[in-house]
Write a protein that binds this ligand. Structure first.
Ligand code: PLP
Length: 321
């Protein structure tokens, strides 16, 4: 709560526990939720497969179309649920603009701030009612703890806390103590990850084996101007598309010496993975294509290693494509 400038907060066993408990606590049958296509894979499935089974109407908008999101909000909205930057293509949404539209419709505005972290972005200062984190990522930071957090208005947190008590996905005491340990270094870790990610994004953008780099800190990124306004750093996650699709990835990924292949992100060690086979594996091919998740796309979640080591590692592996 202190890091996000919120009145109150409560914790959960995982990020998905935080997201699902919050949505079930706040939404009732016949109410309407608006979200975007590029949400985390699990969140997207919650909106498209689970919530509709309980009579909750869910409208998934194209992520880059602010006008369409506003129009959907205006046609009836009880909860607006957004992420920015998004997973895994790092699209940037104008949070203040969309939160304002949500409030005009009397909706609750919820932002998943996992990718940005509270060091780089504070959605409550931009008007959000609730901010969610998968603490499994940057808040934990060491790959040894699962958790989730919701921060925001005291009355909303009380409703969510009550629901959490009845459903049961509480954060266990050992994980809570590991998270408190991790928060002591959050500022230092994020500062280093911001620096590493920006430098590597610039390096990759110039590399001939790379088709495209997604990182909000790049001047060439379509969301750069909005990101500059609403973020104080651009975060530790970037994604890029190698030329040659899956075949190229099969040569590139095993040659990386500094990056672990895993579905996680936000740790002190660099983690790499193709979203088509990890975070978004449960989506259909058509859904992945619509979200811009091509076969050659790599999500690269930068750690706190020496920049020179990471760059040399990428250079050697890319030479194999
Ligand atoms: N939100 C975002 C943006 C994520 O990337 C993830 C997981 O990758 C989650 C939520 C879910 O968190 P957890 O893995 O802790 O359940």
């Amino acid at each position: 709560a202190a890091l996000e400038g919120a009145e109150s907060a409560t914790s959960f066993a995982t990020g998905m526990a935080a997201i699902s408990t919050t949505l079930f606590a706040l939404l009732s049958p016949s109410q309407r939720a608006v979200t975007v296509r590029d949400a985390y894979g699990g969140t997207y499935l919650l909106f498209t497969q689970i919530l509709p089974r309980f009579g909750i109407q869910c409208h998934v908008c194209e992520t880059d179309d602010h006008d369409a999101i506003e129009a959907s909000i205006m046609s009836g909205c009880d909860v607006l649920y957004l992420e920015s930057p998004t997973n895994p293509t790092l699209k940037v949404l104008d949070l203040a603009r969309l939160i304002k539209a949500a409030h005009a419709a009397k909706a609750i505005a919820i932002i998943d701030n996992t990718f940005a972290t509270p060091i780089n972005q504070n959605p409550i200062a931009l008007g959000a009612d609730l901010v969610i984190h998968s603490a499994t990522k940057y808040l934990g930071g060491h790959g040894d703890v699962l958790g989730g957090v919701v921060c925001g208005h005291r009355d909303l947190i009380e409703r969510i806390y009550h629901y959490r008590e009845l459903i049961g996905p509480a954060l266990d005491a050992r994980s809570a103590s590991l998270l408190l340990r991790s928060l002591k270094t959050l500022g230092l870790r994020i500062e280093r990850q911001n620096e590493n990610a920006l430098a590597l994004a610039r390096f990759l953008e110039r590399h001939p084996a790379v088709k495209q780099v997604h990182y909000p800190g790049l001047e060439s990124n379509p969301g750069h101007q909005i990101a500059k306004r609403q973020m104080s750093g651009f975060g530790g996650v970037l994604s890029f598309e190698v030329k040659g699709g899956m075949d190229a990835l099969a040569r590139f990924l095993p040659r990386l010496r500094y990056a672990y292949m895993a579905a996680n992100l936000g740790q002190v060690e660099t983690i790499v993975g193709p979203p088509a086979l990890t975070s978004h594996v449960e989506l259909t091919e058509a859904e992945r294509a619509a979200a811009g998740i091509t076969e050659g796309l790599v999500r690269y979640a930068v750690g706190i290693e020496d920049l020179a080591d990471l760059q040399a590692d990428l250079e050697a592996a890319l030479a194999c494509i």
